[in-house]
Structure formats: C-alpha cells, structure tokens
Write a protein of this length. Sequence first.
Lengths: 510, 401
Amino acid sequence: MLSPGITITQPSAVYRRHRVDKNQHSLAWQGTGSMSRISQMFGDQRNGRINMTQTDLPVYKDDLFVNREKEIETVTKALENIARGDAEQVRTIVFRGERGLGKSWLALHLHRSAIKEKASTRIPDYRIVSFLISLTPPLKELQVGEREWYITSNDISQIESGDERHYEHLLQELLAWIAKQLDIVRSPYASLRDLSAWLAQDLRKKLESEQDLIICLILDSVFEANRGFLDDLERYLLAALAALPRVLIIMTGRGRPYLWKSPYLRLEREDQSLTPFSLEQVADQIGRSLHDIPEAANLSDEEFRQLAEKLAKKVINLGGGYPLTNELLARALVDQVLGRSPKSDDLEQAINSATIDNKVLEDVASRLLEVIPAQWRDKLREVLNALCVLKDGFREHEMPYFLAELRNTKPEGPEYTITAMRGLRDLLLETNLGRWQDARYVLDEAVRTVLEQLLKLQKREVWQRLHARAANLYEDWAKRYPNSRQYLEQRAEYHRRVLAEDVGHSVSFA
Amino acid sequence: MTTRDKNEYPDEHSLTSTDWFRRIGLRFDPYVHLEASSDPHLSEYTVNLDIFRVALDNKPTIIVAPPGGGKTAMRVAVTRTCWFDIGGTYPFPLPYNLGTAPLTGTPPTTREHLRLLLEAGTCALLTGLAFRPERLFRASSTEIRAVTAILRAGLPGPLDYYLDILRETGTPAGLTPLLERTYALTAPPPPDVLDRFCNTLATSGTDAMRGRMEEVFQTFVEVVTDALGFSHVLLLIDGLDAMYENQEDSQHAAPWAFELFDRSETWAKSKTFIKLFIPDSLESAITEYLHHHAISTQIARIIWNHDLLVSMLRKRISVASEERFESLDAISTPALTNVEQQIVKNLPPLPRIALQVTRKAILHYAARLNDGWQLDEEDIRYAIAWYHHYATQRSLSPPSR
C-alpha cells in the first residue's frame, strides 16, 4: 500500500455514528487530550492517484491482507463446532498482540471476508451473521461496512472523563443497534437494564426459532478500553450473549488483559497471541503494497520477488516483522530511494544500498507512540527510551538507574523514588505499552524494537551507556543477592554480549 | 537509589486504609476477607476453573475439599457469577445450608428437605430479583402472578414485610443479611426501579400457592426456568459437616444427604441439579451409598497444592491491581523473586493459611518505616515465623466449614 488508490464511494445504508466526528482528531483510551492521528492527504500529480504521506496508517483492504491462516482456521473450527453442537465448545476467542501486529486488520478481515469465504463454505447449512464492534475510532479513510459499529473519539473522551452516564447512553445505543440488525425491535426509550434483559431473552428465542443461525460478535481493541466501561459492556451485553448456544465472541486486544466475570468468557475460551511476520510473509506484504508503483512495472516477476525480499530483510532487521512497522518502514524506504533515484532500472540496486534515515525511524516511532495521550507523550517517550534496552523486561527498582543514565545523572532526588517510579509504571500500563509478563514488566516489543534501533542510530553513546549500566547493575546485584544470582548473571551477560557485538563500542565496565 | 519516601507508610493499625494499598498499586486489600461471603471480589479470584465449570454445569455433582479448602468460596463465587448479568440464560443458584436445618436428631425427611429448599430458594429468588428486577418486568402478568404466589408460599415471613424493608432501605442490600448472605450482588437498580419492583409484586393480587410440597417445589423450578429465563437450577448444598449433631463424628452426617440423592435423577429431568459440597471425611460414606444405589453423580475434588496456592495468591494481586501485575515480585526488592512460592513452600497447602501469612507479610512491610519502600525478605521471614509460632500454639482461627 505504498500508493493505494483510494476510492471515494457513498457508504451504504450502514450504521455510521462515527461520522459525526470524522473531522475531529482521534483520541486514545486512557487520556483526555486530543492528538493527531491522521496525516494530511495529498494528491500525487505524477500518476494522478491520491497518495498517503509516509507515515499514514494503512487502511484495510482485502487484497492487501496477508498471513493469519492459523487464526482464521481457529475461528472457522470454533464455528464448525458450534454448528455441530459439540459439548466442549469454544465460545470466546481472544487474539492478543502488540502495537501494529494487525489485530484490527484481522478483526476487519474476519468480519468482511474470511468468515464468509471460509466458514460459510465449511458449514453451508448455517447462516453466520457477524458483527464488528470496534472500541477504537476508525481511520478517516475507512469505509464503514455493514454491521460495523465504531466508538467515536468523543465517546472515549467522555468515558475517560468519568462520565458514567455516558457509558449507559453508549451501551444503550449499542444494544439497540444490535437488536435492530437482528430484527429484534424494542422501544428505543427503554433503559439500558431493560434493554439488556430483553435482548438476552429475545436473542435466545431467535436462536431457538432459527436453528441455522450462528451469531459471531467481533470486538476490536478490547483491552485498550476503559475498565469501567468493559465492566458494563460485559454486564449488559457480553455475559448474556456468551451464555447463548450458537454465539461466538472474538476479541482482539493489546496490553494487560481484562478479567471477565462470566464463566463462558473465562472458561470456554481460547487465547492466541499473534506473532510478527516471517521473512516470507513480510516479503508477501511488501510485494502486495509495491505492486502498484510504476517504478516496479518494468521488473520481471522474479526481479520483483527478489526486490520485495531484500526490502523485507531490511525491514525485519529494523522493526522485527510487525506488520504496521513493516508497512511504514517499507513505504519510507522506497520513498527515500525514489526521491534520490527515481529510475526503475536503478530501483533494486538503490534499495540494496539504502540505509535508513533517522527521520524515517523517528516518523515510525512517532506513529507507534500515537496511542499515548498527548499530555503524557513526552514524559513516557523518555521512560521508553531509558528502558528500551531491557529486552527481557524490568522491575520498578531498576527504573531509576536507567532513567538517570539516560539523563546522565545519578538516581537521587524525589524524581527517582519508588513512588515516582510507580507513577511512571502506571502510565506505561495505562497506555498498554507495557505489561506484566513472567515476573517482570515488559515493553510492547514492536515499540521497544523501533525505539532501541532509533536510539542506537541517533545517540549511539547513550545506547551504549544504557547497556553498560544494565550489565554493571545486574552483575552487582548478582553478587549482592545470592538467591537471584543465576537469573541476574544471565541478564548481565546479555547486555555484555550486545555491547561486544556492537562494533566500535568504547564504554568500559565498572 | 538513595532517596527514600518518608512518612508515607502508616503503622499496622491504619493499614486498612485504601490509600496505603493504592500507593503500592492495589485498589483494595486482597487478603483481608477470610470469610468468603463478605468478599465482594470473590468471584473474580477463582483459580479452580475445572471445579468452577462442574459446579455450574447441568449434572449432579459432589464437590469434595478439606476443611478450609475453599468449598464456601466456590459456592459463593458460583452464586455471584450466575447473577452478574441482567437477564441472561445462566443457572439459578439455590444455596441450601443443611447446617440451618432444625435440630431434630434425625435426618430431614423428603418433605422437610423440600420445605427447606423452597424456603431457601424463595429467599434467594426475592433477593436476586430485587437486584435484577428486569427479569420480572419482562415476564407476562400470568408469570408475575406465579412468581408472587411461589414467593408467598416459600418465604419465612410475609412477602409484604420484605417489600416494606426494600422500600424503606431503598436498596436490595437491605434484604441480603435477612434472607441470603451470599446474595450480596453488585449493580443494584436505581431506587425508582426498585420501587416499581415492589409495586409489581405487591399489586399482582395473588395468594400463596398451596398444594403438596413436591408440587410447590416443582412449580418453583418452573417459575425460575420458564418465566424468569434461568437455564437450570443448582442446589448448592453445604453445611453437612457443620450440624451440631455431627460434630462428634462426621460420618453421622452422611445420611442427611442420602434422601436428596434419592431424588437427584427425578430432579435432573426437571432441570434441577444437586451440587453437594462436602469435606473429604464424608466422601467415602456418600459415594458408597451412591454406588450401592446406582445413582449417577460426578465427583470433583478441590485439591490444593503449592502451585495452585501460588496461582490463588497471584490472581488476587492481579484483580486488586487491575491486572497491572500478578505477583508481589512487582513491589519487592531485587533480593526477592517468586515471593508467593517462597511463602507457600513453608506452609500446609490450605488457602486460608496462605492468605493469612501473605497478609501478615504485607502488614509487616507497611509497618516498617525504615527502609520500608519495598517488600523484603525480612517481611516474608517474619510472616512465616508468625505462622509457625501460632500454629504450634493452635492459635490460628479454625477453618471455616
């Protein structure tokens, strides 16, 4: 999607509540400040198409979707089991993944394409009706499809401001929308509690009377949402739906999970972690995106494949294979190369020799960090920079040493107390860019990878100092804390190795 | 790091303040409730998920655990889970505490069991509906009359008396201590909706249902499953070992359950399933009876080991921190890793003791004003020493039945 042709069409008769604020800036959950999410569009005068700027978020298109066969198969099998009426059924599937791992694309792909194409073929006697409920506002360029409901930036803002009456209003709207989509009409003036009770009963009756009907509810960006809102979402909608016999609930989310109360959401559930793309998959992703650029038109299929693979290698080295990062980096690299040497016969060679500009990585990093509300962004960016060398995570007592090292000072004073660190830790967790995993906090790996690469490129000496700080700290603690020695020694060894592999480093150990 | 946060840790007496727990990243004290029914977060902590599953399903079941092994906690968690939503197709939990049966010296007859079950069921139903009146509002007027008639037939006092209490207190929580303590549910309706609920029942113009106890109880089940939309009825039977007569020899308690199991197949046909919670000392007597009479029942055992205890302690931390972290490791010095493992490996595998000792470590941490900014090895050593000291003196509170 380096230069996607964007079709402007009139949306069909679908629910379009998100459009009331389509020109507003989007908001992330857990924050009240507005932030720019969509870059300006500009017209490409050379080829007559509308191009996106380098770091626009890619908009879902069916033919650009790659990979995720395993996840699609999981959903298909769950639907088959539901159709068969298996006693041991998965009623809820949760796809977890880090920033830019393609969760929203997967949700859209399942709803718009995969369930229709795959599941409906396997169980032709059943009518699968899927709904997409997105708890993140849509990209401005996305055409909202049938049975798709998007939260708005304004909704998020009101929920985050603590307006609990807005939860009720929003959920009332959502329940009424679902009822309408399923031809279950109830008074629009009913209270949320009444609507919830009626919907539970009416859906049960509908499923009893229409034995070929399977309902599939897809919820995108769940864990990122406000916890109080999720409590109400479960109480008034999900708990009732999860208890029904032919309903499958699919969720996607990033960061710390949410503990559901309903047994059907907790027990009859399958969790899957999305993984970054392999080299082949990144090449496929890039190949589809590159397909339309005129500069590639003269290449043979084999040349084109080789070009995509070379780009994929560069992109994986820089970003770790996360689809959003792949897309942003590949697009930026090609734009960079074309800017310097626009002739197609030079393209492959130019890409081979291209090195990434700091600015490109900085743009990608900024894009990835847009999920942080504006008022916290600078503060958290510094914390992330300080901690990005800690691939295996950290605990709160480690944070002051790295923050101080980044600032080239000592970890002394009120800003380095445990209380201060806990405040920063909570901000990281609130934005879902950090989470507790295997006895430590870990940063979102997609973000961490890019930030460490950027730090290494921009401020190599700081990057080296941070690794040296880590090696020395863990070595020191290994001596002081014999119960944790082995584990601390392993960590010290990792940082020593990183520095040793870094050609030309000049930082000595204490 | 050399700077220490001063004067921010209270002494032990003020530890219950939520402020202190907030400072360590917890919304509440996850170890304070040793009595399951008083813990509002209980259903969120469940770690015995396989047992939880069979406790909810539609099969007669015996759930076995040692004293203090989490039977009551499981029963309460099942109850609250079933009423979490507003009107879905969840099972109806009917808590039947045999410990409250009249002390006649002999096991209750079938009729007595049915009368007690009806009373317990209507107490639970009225309390539950007061929290979720929307289930009643969506019923037809005929169904509402049936609900009223069955409530009048089963409640220990006049229905109007309980409705007056609801009107006076303005909250269904007013009924909980009076009728069914485990029904301390969340998300009560607004006062005007509660008032409408009271009026709906009070004006339905129906007398108490009369008839043979079997028929009345059967009607109760039909009202719950057909009119009110519950999927099936769970008879959550507990307290078999708590009866006065059975204190001397728990084996004497087993026959009190026989009569109930004689009816289990009949009940199963009408969507009613026994879930009997017993201590392990009663298992052989009851299973022998069931085997001899070819009564089909599934048996689930709550078996606590150190790994499960670690999971339980961590789940509580996870809930209290809103999933921000799952272990006390998060607030510990570098010297401490696997805090929960270090606590439980020195204790007998019982949740109550693990909870008490973990809380003691936290109390010690909170009370340390010097160097008190993180949980340390000394806090754990202190708590374990406290347990061993009091355990030898048999001073720990007795486990719940």
